[in-house]
Design a protein around this ligand. Structure first.
Ligand SMILES: [Zn+2]
Length: 702
């Protein structure tokens, strides 16, 4: 045994917590055996590995990981002396098939030092292209047979991927820099980088229990998943070191396992469980001491962790009220930088980018809490199902807005309005990016997931939102059903679809959920409507109109027809007079509409359906769209708006209903619009002028 214990600090019952690798004979690294034969191996079965069939033959029950980060964090805080660290992964797994004689694990660029199978050292392994570890078993396993494999390995990669290490001080970052107040090491794996820092079966669907123990120099604090069992202090080469023992008692996917270590300060908060007021969930926040309260850096940024995390208990309460109770043993945040993302929902220990401490990032905090229902408790089966996680957590952000507005104002209408506004405000993130319009939700390659965030977040959140708008509390009940039925498991897009269909059938709800799913999830695009309203006659106190809906998205190469319900609002003097919901299942369809009043305009309700339209620029009562008197010679260069009555809003739409320019009378005093100064390709455009009492539309050709 390498380690000599001189000093113990007891945080809990120590003896039961000393892990096997600090006490027994297996705590060893075999210097002689370096699997040198591995790299010459004929990798002829590469395709088979890439298909990963062999990974589905077994189920991991538990990871017990030990990381020795004492050397990498040692010494001068502003210098990285080494990035190399030793580690041990103990994996308990069970076979799902008969005659399983090989185990395949992901282990990318890790140096495998030695492997024990059932406590017996084995040389029968290969490390294909230093990516996939094949372990041959002496004795084949049958269904439900379990074994334990212990892998001693060395992390050696000298660039940040999966494992990240930064010194104290200024670090160049994104054409700028960040200033780390302490040396920092952390892991970040989503989607499939866990294999860069630990051997594992790196698939989101395989959940296991986990223990993570990390050795760090005295003064460093380690944050990880689950609860802290204990900290053991030991003396090594005359220096004090702490080993943190974290234990996560609920199943976890590898991409949600995480560690952060720095000279953090821990401050605690708590959430009182809704279903048991005597039970509190600890909230552990790991921040740099200066950031806890207000800290101003030299660039004028003001960091304030307490402010950022203040509403975490309420957010936990909100989701526990709407859905089932929060299931995990704790919650927490570890603040890191530099970081490519804003936040990451590592189970019970969300990592957030330090930049979130400088502004109102409440929705970001809510998003990561939300993942503890949608993403962590039930998890995407493959990365192509990630829309379930991200769309769900983004929808939850709006649910938090609803919940807190209702709590603060007691006005349900206002809360619902704010909830809807969240979606109408964000729809453009998807709608304005036409490169996304042909992408299919569940067919985005794993390495492109996060360059398509407006599909897997924005559009995906709209899928949840549209279902909620159509099914109401039934949809909340449906999600809650999933949170029980699929708890601690994975869920595929197909499971989601089938479960929804079954659920609605059982409740006798007449909604074609399959049609909805096939259009929005299994296919690309969105509808773009041209609408027209024509007044027919007046009879028995009612005004009869003919409403024409036409889907025009085919013009830009999108799927020709969406069959969906659509909500139309009719306006009189700028106020909604009547709203109707019609089902549109033809490319061009007429409806007869009886209204109590004469109306002067209409629009497609953009909070109800993800679509584009230029319905709001269509006038009614047989009043045609006006042609312009152009102020120009031969070329149309100016639109003279001098003669028009004072306007509050002036908008230019293209033929597909995309808003191209928006002028506000308060901001612009203009009499002419100089078309040469606008970036408009040739085509048909509409100028929509809203004045106090009416909206007028002018058509012009560029
Ligand atoms: Zn997310």
């Amino acid at each position: 045994m390498k380690y000599i214990f001189l000093l113990f600090i007891f945080f809990s019952n120590l003896h039961s917590n000393i892990p096997y690798y600090l006490l027994n004979k297996y705590f060893q690294y075999d210097k002689e055996y370096l699997c040198s034969n591995v790299f010459n191996h004929d990798f002829k079965n590469k395709d088979k590995f890439l298909k990963r069939d062999d990974f589905s033959n077994f189920d991991v029950l538990e990871y017990d990981l030990y990381l020795d980060w004492s050397k990498i964090l040692e010494g001068e805080s502003n210098i990285i002396q080494t990035r190399e660290f030793k580690a041990i992964q103990k994996i308990k797994l069970t076979s799902l098939v008969n005659n399983l004689d090989k185990i395949f694990l992901d282990a990318v660029e890790l140096k495998i030092d030695s492997i024990l199978v059932e406590n017996t050292k084995t040389f029968a392994f290969n490390h294909f292209e230093k990516k996939i570890l094949e372990i041959n078993l002496d004795k084949a396993l049958n269904i439900q047979d379990s074994i334990e494999i212990i892998i001693y390995y060395t992390y050696q990669k000298n660039v940040n991927r999966g494992f990240y290490l930064y010194p104290k001080g200024k670090i160049p970052w994104n054409d700028d820099s960040v200033n780390n107040l302490e040396k920092l090491a952390y892991t970040f794996s989503q989607p499939d980088d866990a294999r860069y820092w630990m051997p594992c079966k790196d698939e989101p669907y395989d959940k296991a229990l986990s223990k993570i123990s990390v050795k760090v120099p005295k003064g460093f604090i380690v944050a990880s998943n689950g609860l802290l069992d204990s900290i053991i202090t030991l003396i090594e080469d005359g220096n004090e070191k702490d080993v943190y023992f974290w234990r996560n008692s609920l199943p976890i996917s590898t991409y949600l396992m995480a560690v952060a270590a720095s000279k953090y300060e821990l401050y605690k908060d708590y959430y009182i469980r809704k279903n048991n007021p005597n039970d509190t969930v600890k909230i552990y926040n790991y921040v740099w001491k200066e950031d806890k309260e207000i800290y101003k850096d030299e660039d004028g940024f003001e960091f304030n962790a307490e402010k950022t995390f203040k509403r975490t208990p309420e957010i936990l309460e909100a989701y526990s009220n709407l859905f089932r109770e929060y299931v995990y043993e704790k919650y927490g945040h570890a603040v890191i930088q530099p970081f490519y993302f804003g936040g990451m929902e590592h189970q019970t220990i969300t990592f957030i980018n330090r930049i979130w401490l400088t502004y109102n990032s409440e929705l970001g905090v809510a998003h990561e809490v939300a993942h503890h229902w949608i993403g962590n408790l039930i998890t995407c089966q493959t990365w192509q199902d990630i829309w379930i996680n991200e769309g769900g957590a983004t929808w939850f952000e709006a649910l938090w807005i609803y919940y807190k507005t209702l709590k603060e104002t007691n006005y349900d209408n206002l809360a619902f309005k704010e909830y809807n506004k969240y979606f109408t405000d964000r729809a453009w993130r998807y709608l304005s990016k036409d490169h996304l319009h042909k992408k299919i939700m569940n067919q985005i390659p794993t390495d492109q997931l996060f360059s398509n965030v407006d599909i897997i977040y924005t559009k995906a959140s709209w899928i949840y939102h549209m279902l909620y708008r159509r099914l109401g509390d039934n949809f909340i009940d449906f999600m809650n059903m999933l949170f029980h039925k699929y708890q601690y498991r994975d869920i595929s897009t197909d499971n989601f679809r089938k479960e929804l269909k079954e659920f609605l059938k059982n409740r006798n709800i007449n909604f074609d959920s399959d049609k909805f799913m096939y259009q929005w999830v299994y296919d690309s695009g969105h509808p773009i409507y041209y609408t027209f309203l024509k007044y027919i006659n007046y009879n028995n106190g009612k005004y009869l109109y003919r409403l024409t809906l036409e889907q025009v998205q085919k013009m830009i190469g999108l799927k020709e027809l969406f069959q969906t319900d659509i909500k139309i609002n009719f306006y009189k003097n700028g106020i909604i007079d009547t709203s109707i919901i019609v089902f549109n299942d033809l490319v061009k369809q007429d409806y007869e509409v009886l209204l109590n009043n004469l109306v002067d305009s209409l629009d497609v309700d953009r909070s109800f359906l993800l679509c584009n339209s230029w319905s709001n620029i269509v006038s009614v009562n047989d009043k045609n769209i006006k042609q312009f008197n152009y102020y120009s010679n031969n070329d149309i260069n100016y639109i003279n708006i001098n003669d028009l009555e004072p306007f509050t809003n002036l908008k230019i739409y293209d033929y597909l209903g995309n808003l191209r320019y928006h002028f506000n009378n308060q901001e612009y005093v203009i009499s002419n619009i100089d078309l040469n100064r606008l970036d408009l390709a040739s085509g048909i455009y509409f100028l929509v002028i809203t004045s106090k009492n009416k909206t007028e539309i002018y058509k012009f050709i560029r």
